[in-house]
Write a new protein. Structure first.
Length: 460
């Protein structure tokens, strides 16, 4: 089964009444993922899922907020704001889209993607912060009155520019994947080096059906001209919203980037949102995020340099996306706490494989849950949660027990090998091995899998 949510002990926050409800939600989501494979069950399961989520939102959020009050949790109000957004904005908007489109596959995908992403992210971050009494990143959101002004401006822009009648899906969008998207990042700075980061996310079909139609794109596909037109549209959009950055500073555009979904998610997880908004335009989903940068360095993003030909950079981005889509490359997840190692392996393998990266055990589990890889390259020596513990978590979940895992390690000693043999790793790759030999080992592994599948099909 391609999509399943992997539960492990790290989701437990140690409060029984809350943990029990989280486990129920994971089971409900997994049933809906399974039902999505059967057209006769999709609508009924979505209806039941919406009903369950609504009941959950009233009961569970109330219990969670009561607990937060009892322990004097310092970010109670920010946490309540997230609950209120999901209950009063996100669920009604998803339900409206399902009913309006007669439970179309796009609407179901939006529903499953947004709910699964919200559940995993909220449980792993905001709910975990409660027991540690830590601040959550959403404490930096604009006050509700100011955020409402941003929302109304964006709604009006979408209507004026594209003749759409959008509605807000979330006022606290945390990066849930809602389909094939284009992720466009702008970095603004003042003379005093105060920075703001803007990310605009367009579902591909939204660009094709709006900007593509305006410029006469008859192919029904993304191309360089459409992407460049979308880029200038996005800049105009951001310029109209820029007034909400600060009342006193003048912000100038300094950098532009095109990101993959993984790079976008890396950004939104680590930086502080001032507002992060998700809209259903009726022609596709659109998100607009403004962040306070803490770490603007994104591995392997495609930068659009003003001194170079922007069309050439866009062509590279489209070519890379097209190659990944058409050739259906095997998906590899690289888990390592070293950014240098992650980048080196990405560069080594990205021509032949789809590469996702994670820098910790929690990030790895989340990535596996949302987008099952064909192979995991797992650093053995990591702080907090080492490779053996992560592999144990993967093997403990039935739906993920068969995911192949290779350990990346600086050494292979007898004790380390014996420790993980019960969890069935496919093998070990020494980090000191020549890069071409690491790639050869991975290529050889997939060749063996393909040959085995071919033989079995012929025997049958």
């Amino acid at each position: 089964m391609e999509h399943q949510l992997l539960w492990d002990d790290r989701f437990n926050i140690g409060v029984d009444i809350i943990d029990r409800e989280h486990k129920k939600l994971f089971k409900i989501m997994n049933k809906m993922f399974a039902a999505n494979q059967d057209p006769s069950k999709r609508q009924w399961f979505c209806q039941e899922g919406i009903k369950y989520f609504k009941e959950h939102a009233i009961k569970h959020f109330s219990e969670e907020e009561t607990y937060m009050q009892s322990v004097a949790y310092k970010d109670l109000e920010a946490h309540k704001r997230l609950h209120q957004d999901f209950r009063l904005q996100t669920l009604p908007a998803l339900e409206h889209e399902l009913e309006k489109t007669d439970y179309s596959q796009d609407a179901i995908n939006h529903f499953l993607g947004v709910c699964a992403g919200w559940l995993i992210g909220h449980t792993l971050t905001e709910d975990q912060a409660i027991i540690k009494n830590e601040s959550i990143k959403w404490s930096n959101l604009l006050p509700i009155e100011e955020q409402e002004a941003v929302i109304q401006t964006i709604l009006q822009l979408l209507h004026d520019m594209f003749k759409l009648d959008p509605q807000i899906v979330s006022e606290c969008y945390s990066g849930e994947k809602f389909g094939n998207g284009i992720y466009y990042r702008l970095i603004y700075s003042t003379d005093n080096n105060v920075q703001r980061e803007v990310i605009l996310i367009f579902e591909e079909k939204l660009l094709i059906d709006t900007i593509g139609e305006l410029i006469g794109n008859r192919s029904g596909k993304l191309n360089v001209m459409l992407m460049n037109a979308a880029r200038y549209t996005a800049m105009q959009f951001a310029e109209r919203i820029k007034k909400y950055f600060s009342s006193s500073d003048t912000f100038i555009l300094k950098n532009e980037h095109l990101l993959t979904y993984e790079q976008f998610h890396q950004t939104i997880e680590k930086e502080l949102p001032r507002y992060s908004l998700l809209f259903d335009t009726g022609a596709g989903y659109f998100a607009f995020c403004t962040l306070i940068p803490r770490n603007s360095n994104i591995e392997d993003s495609i930068a659009i340099h003003k001194e170079n030909d922007a069309m050439e950079e866009i062509q590279k981005y489209l070519l890379k996306s097209e190659q990944e889509s058409h050739h259906k490359k095997k998906k590899l997840l690289v888990v390592d706490d070293s950014a240098v190692v992650r980048q080196a392996i990405r560069q080594l393998l990205q021509d032949d494989y789809q590469i996702a990266v994670a820098d910790s055990g929690l990030s790895a589990i989340r990535s596996i849950s949302l987008d099952r890889p064909d192979l995991v390259l797992l650093d053995y020596e990591m702080p907090v949660c080492d490779g053996a513990q992560i592999l144990e978590m993967i093997r403990s979940e039935t739906d993920f027990a068969d995911i192949p895992v290779f350990f990346l390690t600086a050494k292979v000693d007898k004790d380390s090998v014996n420790k993980v043999i019960p969890f069935r790793p496919e093998g070990y790759l020494l980090k000191s091995t020549k890069p071409e030999d690491i790639k050869r080992n991975i290529d050889h592994y997939f060749e063996k899998i393909s040959q085995s599948a071919y033989l079995q099909s012929n025997i049958k």
